[in-house]
Write a protein that binds this ligand. Structure first.
Ligand code: AMP
Length: 357
């Protein structure tokens, strides 16, 4: 794609904090942004040129986007892939494309794709009945993690079965929906790699982050993670295989398990900028938001090396009331999302605590 000129407009499907930070990065490069998000007053709407408050598959809104934008992207992976197909049919470039979204929306399709692309995962099986779930658990060694194939996030829609005998009950507790049955990953740490691919196939990866989850929600990322040179190469190779296999354009988040012997397995992919990449705002040569804007607009990818060590902590719910103390701490960089209501567990802000490399 010919590089999009400053002054052009970028469409973003989704208007949460990721859209807000993308819109800010886009503005810095001279672009205008139109957000499509059904929620009035969403975080990104207040830093963007225009907000279309309509469902993601609203025909009129998609027509406006296609007519106004040089490219359309997403900040949210559960946008219907059909909305992206419609935009492409209307003649506007879309990045990442509908196939990447569709694959990331279904945990079985995702792990099937990953293994086919040479990116290893835990052993798994699909199940659509309690009997199939029990059979899959038996084949995978008894103790398994069962997850709904679709619409799970932040640890929701998943539960452990201690044995094949329990798997049927867990399947029913998850709502008798199609599931993936996964062997346990005996991991030492959770890591992630944020990488980008341009329209020309160029790839750039940020250093790895080490992530801590509490009750399925990311609490903290430390980057650059302490990893061996071999692991850096392995993670980079995994990222390249995934990006090339999806013919992907934009930034992707790849969550990894580090096993006891140091090997890396892919847990899941997020076809968008990622919470575990927020450290790059204050600790990398350019951040993941600018990198995504550069990738989707056909600009050259920017340098992705670390410039500082960062501990990123999410501020959930009323933890955001700590803002004044954090603002007074010279080692901290605060990023607030402008959300009106601090519901328990809701991601309200993050803080990057800086130290020297
Ligand atoms: P997910 O929704 O797939 O990202 O899973 C949420 C969290 O559950 C992960 O960050 C891991 O801590 C844990 N988890 C997911 N899959 C597995 C697995 N197969 N074995 C062990 N832990 C897992």
């Amino acid at each position: 794609m010919k590089p999009l000129s400053p002054g052009s407009t970028i469409g973003i499907l989704g208007g949460g904090q990721l859209g807000r930070m993308l819109a800010t990065a886009a503005a810095r490069l001279g672009f205008d942004v139109i957000i499509l998000d059904p929620e009035p007053d969403c975080p990104a709407s207040r830093v963007s040129a225009r907000h279309l408050a309509a469902p993601y598959d609203d025909a009129e809104a998609l027509k406006v986007l296609a007519g106004s934008c040089g490219v359309v992207t997403v900040e949210f992976e559960n946008v219907p892939a059909a909305a992206l197909e419609t935009l492409i049919a209307l003649g506007v470039p879309v990045a990442p494309g509908p196939r990447a979204l569709a694959i990331a929306q279904d945990r079985v399709d995702e792990k099937t794709f990953l293994n086919g692309a040479g990116a290893p995962t835990v052993a798994f099986a699909a199940a659509s009945t309690a009997g199939e779930a029990a059979g899959a658990a038996e084949a995978l060694g008894g103790r398994v993690l069962i997850k709904t194939r679709r619409e799970g996030y932040d640890g929701k829609g998943q539960a452990w079965a201690a044995s094949a005998g329990e798997a049927g009950a867990v399947f029913r507790a998850l709502g008798e929906r199609p599931v993936i049955v996964e062997a346990p990953a005996d991991f030492r740490r959770e890591l992630s790699i944020i990488a980008a691919r341009g329209w020309d196939g160029a790839v750039a990866a940020f250093p790895l982050a080490e992530n801590t989850h509490v009750q399925g929600i990311l609490r903290r990322s430390v980057a650059p993670a302490a990893v061996s040179p071999d692991q850096v190469l392995e993670a980079g190779e995994i990222a390249r295989r995934i990006l090339d296999g999806l013919d992907y354009v934009g930034v992707i988040g790849i969550e990894l398990f580090e096993l006891g012997d140091g090997r890396l397995l892919v847990n899941e992919i997020a076809p968008r900028v990622h919470n575990s990449g927020h450290w790059t705002q204050d600790g990398a040569a350019i951040d993941q938001f600018e990198q995504h804007v550069r990738a989707v607009t056909g600009w050259p990818l920017g340098p992705a090396h670390a410039t500082a060590r960062v501990e990123m902590t999410n501020l959930l719910g009323d933890e955001v009331t700590q803002w004044a103390a954090l603002a007074a701490d010279p080692t901290c960089r605060l990023h607030l999302y402008g959300k009106r209501e601090a519901r328990p567990g809701r991601k309200m802000a993050h803080v990057n605590r800086m130290s020297d490399l």
